[in-house]
Design a protein around this ligand. Sequence first.
Ligand SMILES: C[S@@+](CC[C@H](N)C(=O)[O-])C[C@H]1O[C@@H](n2cnc3c(N)ncnc32)[C@H](O)[C@@H]1O
Length: 208
Amino acid sequence: MFALTLGDLRGKILDCGGGPASFNAELSKRGGQVVSCDPIDEFEASDIARRIEETAPGILESTRRKLDNFIWTELGLPERLAQLRRATMRDFLEDFPSGLAEGRYRVAELPELPFCDGDFEMALCSHFLFTYSNLLDAKFHVDCIRELCRVAREARIFPLVPQFGAERSERLKPVLNQLARSGYGCEIVRVPYQFQKGGNEMLRVSHR
Ligand SMILES: C[S@@+](CC[C@H](N)C(=O)[O-])C[C@H]1O[C@@H](n2cnc3c(N)ncnc32)[C@H](O)[C@@H]1O
């Protein structure tokens, strides 16, 4: 999703809006330095697990309805996707209590993060900005990306298509214009991963 190199993984990484995914668990196991933050981190692992079970059927159903907007060559069926997501979430849930105690998971939400300027080499944000373009306006996107660039030298956002959509979010152009006007360097980069059709691009943003 982020075309990360081994060099990128040596720096301290912020996984913003990390949710119930396994990035932190996996990278920490390999000795990487990573902090994930998300508003859901205020809940107990058991509450997060229950919420995941409650929402999974709805997401599966929406995916089935928009089947053609996804590429199924690797996964085959939506049911396989659901299985894979469950396994990822289990890795998160196992890691969450110890990670919370170690400060690897933090309760925080954009557009204001509880970190100091330049705390991280890189801030990653997947499936939140641009994904929920129907709910989050352009100003919110710009404020969030500025904040990610405050706490990290570089921000990467993936994907640039809305949830269940197959084309670049309508938020992208105004957000890029505003960031460029404020002196940020923005680059749209094609990445090897693609599951959503059109979802093979990330946005890299840094101070010029
Ligand atoms: C669809 S999930 C993506 C999780 C993970 N990044 C991934 O790609 O699988 C979106 C996440 O954004 C989190 N979120 C919602 N509002 C947020 C905010 N204001 N700041 C940061 N994260 C937020 C949600 O709690 C949820 O975990």
